[in-house]
Ligand binder design. Structure first.
Ligand code: SF4
Length: 72
């Protein structure tokens, strides 16, 4: 699966880190880092993290035109 975090939106609330700490990490005060291609077995965790984000900064499997038709 693929995820994108809009780091301009992210306020460092760390809800995502709490819910999916293998995928999201906070380094320092507000600098979020994340794994952009987490295993599918983490999907539920990531979906919960995305739902919990107060500013909806986490986007899962966004189907941009460039990605359509991909199989991965
Ligand atoms: S829950 Fe949202 S605002 Fe908070 S650190 Fe994660 S992406 Fe950023």
């Amino acid at each position: 699966m693929r995820i994108v975090v809009d780091l301009n939106r992210c306020q460092g609330y760390a809800q995502c880190v709490f819910l999916a700490h293998e995928v999201f990490r906070l380094s320092g005060e507000e600098a979020l880092t994340y794994e952009p291609n987490p295993d599918d077995e983490r999907r539920l965790q990531v979906q919960r993290a995305a739902a919990a984000c107060p500013v909806q900064a986490i986007v899962i499997d966004r189907l941009d035109g460039a990605e359509r038709g991909g199989t991965s």
